[in-house]
Design a protein around this ligand. Sequence first.
Ligand SMILES: [Zn+2]
Length: 141
Amino acid sequence: MDYSKRKLRAVPKVKRNKKVSRKSAVHMADVAFSAYIRTRDPVCVVCGTLEHGTCGHIFSRVHYSTRWDEDNAFRQCSGCNLRHEHDPWPFYKEAELRGVDLSTLHAKWSKSYKVSTSAILEIARYYQVKKERLDEHSGTV
Ligand SMILES: [Zn+2]
């Protein structure tokens, strides 16, 4: 995958009062959340590179309970994100340095969680706004 093109892709705007499929809502929340995390963390938290930024999850995105949880995601370069699958320790260490309680986070992750499509759209909008505020604060807009 060409991450340089991916970085340039605009975050789709969430339109209110428009019927959005669940799949689209999840995609919008993922894109907005990833953009926010990659803005919040300007470099890979493991190796410090600016290149190939991805939104890495400590515990996988499979559960919605922590899929869009800021404590569960940090910027990683694509290489460190791949290595994380085999050696999560450097990533866990970063989370602990930031004060994330991994036991609490894991307990939250392991819970089954039902999230409505409208709530997922709210999550997308929340992270769009949060990213825009970071951009304004850093003077990139
Ligand atoms: Zn890295």
